[in-house]
Design a binder for this molecule. Structure first.
Ligand code: C2E
Ligand code: MG
Ligand code: MG
Length: 411
């Protein structure tokens, strides 16, 4: 009997494919995995008309399964129109063409802010479809480039949030792949807006960077993270605490002092602080960045190059800057067992880091297969939903106890 995650049972899917046979096969596959309602149409224009229709008697479409090569409007154009509508739909791409085209279309969809669950090569099997729909990333949880809800975020809202203490830190465990020991946590900024509810960090960090507020965000998260670290340490749980720093903050000459004073005031050991540097834009002032990063290292703070393989993180920076850790972006971790290109990039990043004597961390471990592969490839640390999702500071000790008990229960 096929099973489907309970939250999928009420899904209403729309199949968009110009070939009648493919529409039938996809419809049957979706029904076979328990999708309650399946609509099908032959092209992008008619699909958009279905999505635009607001008949309250009809169930709203929340999953679009779309072929990339269609004569009237190709899949890429369709994705653009779909993104413009800002609908709450998940998207699965299907193609009989080169798998690399599928992957670029996936990236493009994500860049548009769409929730792309993944892509399927034709012929589509029911098993592949089910795996995609039941993957942890297809359910709740922040998407990579979430769509803003309602009116665009205003900098004044973020200023108010900073003043009203609406920002908090959640913590995601980092564990040793070989020994399963919990070695640290990464602090992730969380904003629970009184009206908008959860605002994902990808949205408000970008806003903070644009409007010169990112240093204030850093200070808030740093304070909360190190305070939590000091509390765990007081009860005998020594964890390394990682905080994300955008390259804009690295341009601030007083960053080493800000970090040192946060450590002093919370009583957390500077040597247990890790700063994860992400580059969302090019470093304008390399001299200042090098000055700041070197002084941080001199104080004993660890530096990690985050999201390696994406953005502007480059081999040149790896060589010049005093990083001790390399975090491989989840784009090359989750699903690497099934995707030769991902796996090749993962293996090269690991071997590069090992040669440079950097600790390796894989992000986005979503399945046991991801975890096993990291063990085989000799990755040092891992982080991801399969291990533990980001959680409130108060939940961390309980999570560690539970993780340890699973460990001892294993043969
Ligand atoms: P990041 O530093 O790469 O953090 C990891 C992100 O991946 C987090 O998203 C986390 O929730 C998510 N994640 C963890 N495991 C998995 C998994 O198995 N699967 C999937 N699909 N996702 C997973 P989050 O919390 O939405 O943060 C997004 C980004 O926002 C962070 O990426 C980081 O670059 C930035 N950010 C978060 N907090 C701060 C902060 O305090 N300061 C700065 N400057 N940036 C921050
Ligand atoms: Mg990070
Ligand atoms: Mg990352």
């Amino acid at each position: 009997m096929d099973r489907i995650a309970p939250e999928k049972r009420n899904t209403c899917a729309l199949v968009v494919d110009d070939e009648a046979l493919m529409r039938e096969l996809l419809t049957a596959a979706l029904e076979g995995v328990g999708v309650a309602c399946v609509k099908a149409t032959a092209g992008g224009a008619s699909a958009l008309a279905i999505l635009d229709a607001t008949d309250p008697a009809e169930p709203a479409v929340d999953l679009v399964v779309c072929d990339l090569s269609m004569p009237d409007m190709d899949g890429v154009e369709f994705l653009r129109h779909l993104a413009d509508r800002r609908l709450d739909v998940a998207v699965v791409l299907v193609s009989g063409r080169d798998p690399r085209i599928l992957r670029s279309a996936e990236s493009l969809g994500r860049a548009h802010g769409l929730r792309i669950l993944g892509s399927l090569e034709k012929p589509v099997t029911r098993r592949a479809l089910r795996e995609l729909l039941e993957a942890p990333s297809s359910g709740a949880g922040p998407a990579r480039a979430p769509r803003p809800a309602g009116a665009p975020l205003e900098p004044a809202e973020l200023r108010a949030a900073l003043a009203n203490g609406e920002l908090s830190a959640h913590f995601q465990p980092k564990v040793d792949v070989r020994t399963r020991a919990v070695v640290g946590v990464e602090a992730l900024a969380r904003w629970f807006h009184p009206v908008r509810r959860f605002v994902p960090p990808d949205q408000f960090i970008a806003l903070a960077e644009e409007h010169g507020l990112v240093d204030q965000v850093t200070e808030v998260i740093l304070g909360k993270a190190l305070r939590a670290g000091a509390t765990w340490s007081a009860t005998g749980t020594e964890l390394s605490v990682a905080v994300n720093i955008s390259m804009d903050s690295v341009a601030r000459l007083d960053l080493p002092d800000v970090v040192a004073s946060a450590a002093r005031s919370t009583g957390f050991a500077l040597g247990n602080v890790m700063l994860e540097v992400t580059e969302s834009r090019l470093v304008r002032d390399l001299t200042t960045a090098l000055d700041v990063l070197t002084r941080l290292r001199l104080k004993g703070v660890g530096l990690s190059i985050d999201d390696f393989g994406t953005g502007y993180s480059s081999l040149e920076q790896l060589e010049r800057m005093p990083f001790v850790e390399l975090k491989i972006d989840r784009a090359f971790v989750n699903g690497a067992t099934k995707d030769a290109s991902k796996r090749a990039i993962l293996e090269s990043a690991l071997s590069l880091a090992q040669k440079l004597d950097l600790t390796t961390v894989a992000e986005g471990v979503e399945t046991e297969e991801d975890w096993r592969l990291l063990g085989e490839l000799g990755c040092d640390l891992a982080q991801g939903y399969w291990i533990g999702k980001p959680m409130a500071a108060e939940a961390v000790q309980g999570w560690i106890d539970a993780w340890r008990s699973i460990e001892t229960a294993r043969p």
